[in-house]
Design a protein around this ligand. Structure first.
Ligand SMILES: [Zn+2]
Ligand SMILES: [Zn+2]
Length: 133
């Protein structure tokens, strides 16, 4: 599927900004904040505003096209990979890495009376690159 088809399949009308933001999230896989997306795309789209980036990511979240990643308080990062996985944050270089994790299996440790709206698994430490240097 191309970007237009992916957006349409999530009931999102494709606009230039929406396409560029989704392509950025999907290709970079760097779990950026709205601020990072804005800084990276504004040279390419001079008319882009922080508000339009924020509105776009909020729309994507509502339509389950992307997932929120909360690592630091008061900071939402975005992930175009909506499959189950965990995150490893390197406290030396601040990079966020993905790793395989079956979060649906962990759900069973919770009583059925609990309603789960969001699943996040976060590890913190020193990544292999920083450990070597
Ligand atoms: Zn690192
Ligand atoms: Zn991720």
């Amino acid at each position: 599927m191309n970007t237009v088809e992916i957006l349409r399949s999530h009931d999102i009308k494709p606009t230039i900004v929406r396409m560029k933001v989704y392509e950025y999230l999907y290709s970079m896989k760097n779990h950026p904040t709205a601020d990072t997306i804005y800084k990276s795309l504004s040279p390419e789209i001079p008319t882009l505003s922080k508000t339009s980036v924020y509105n776009t990511t909020t729309l994507f979240l509502t339509k389950n096209l992307i997932r929120p990643v909360t690592i630091e308080e008061n900071e939402i990062r975005y992930d175009a990979d909506t499959t189950d996985h965990g995150h490893f944050k390197c406290t030396a270089c601040s990079e966020v890495y993905d790793f395989n994790a079956d979060l649906s299996k962990m759900e069973h440790n919770l009583s059925e009376d609990f309603q789960i709206n969001e699943r996040q698994l976060l590890f913190k430490g020193i990544c292999s690159y920083c450990k070597r240097s």
